[in-house]
Write a protein that binds this ligand. Structure first.
Ligand code: SF4
Length: 214
């Protein structure tokens, strides 16, 4: 019996992936694996609850316990668009630990919700999860756009995550260190409190900044 493990992040891509896997393989051997960064938008947790209830599959949560800035403080390294150790410590390591404890790579498949626009990332992701095999259902026809996935969720009666009103992604409450300048400018405009928090946390990681904050 093969276990089908979807990386369930609270993003619309992972939701569309889960629906696709459920349609193809049923729900009995379906796992929705969520790595909690402890820094998510409150509405992400609401969407997780609503969508997993509708799918009829309980959420499986793993967590390191730290936030991204907690990882940066411990690593003495500020995550950025090129290197983001938060992903490794808060998502990959806890998920891999769960996989090691609960699955056999010969009888488990991981599903990742990246779509055909990001197909160039597939090989690296496959290497990263080896020896578990990885599938990317959204890279296959009908190659839905993000808007189509959001529309499908709405059509099924789900309220889509609020961050999609302003951003392309629903992660870390809009404060992703990998995001670009335009994203951060939007964050400043729509969530100035979050922008200020990120600025304060970032400043607090440098000796000069810590001195200034005293
Ligand atoms: S979404 Fe961004 S800030 Fe959050 S864990 Fe991933 S890379 Fe880090």
């Amino acid at each position: 019996m093969t276990l089908h493990v979807v990386q369930y992040s609270g993003g619309i891509g992972s939701w569309a992936t889960a629906r696709c896997v459920a349609d193809r393989h049923g729900r009995d051997q379906l796992v929705l694996l969520f790595a909690d960064t402890r820094a998510e938008d409150p509405d992400l947790y609401r969407f997780l609850a609503d969508s997993t209830c509708q799918l009829g599959v309980p959420l499986t949560t793993v967590a390191d316990g730290r936030t991204p800035f907690g990882v940066f403080a411990d690593q003495r390294f500020l995550g950025n668009a090129r290197i983001a150790p938060c992903t490794l410590h808060l998502k990959q390591i806890p998920c891999r630990r769960w996989l090691q404890q609960h699955t056999d790579p010969a009888h488990a498949i991981i599903y990742v919700g990246i779509d055909w626009n990001e197909k160039h990332r597939c090989a690296g992701i496959e290497r990263g999860w080896a020896p578990w095999p990885v599938r990317f259902p959204l890279c296959e026809p009908p190659r839905l756009t993000k808007q189509q996935m959001l529309d499908q969720a709405r059509a099924l009666g789900l309220e889509v995550p609020v961050l999609y009103r302003h951003f392309d992604h629903n992660n870390c409450a809009g404060m992703c260190v990998r995001a670009g300048q335009r994203h951060w400018a939007t964050l400043l405009e729509v969530y100035p409190d979050r922008y200020a928090r990120a600025e304060r946390l970032q400043t607090g990681l440098t000796p000069a900044g810590r001195k200034r904050q005293r």
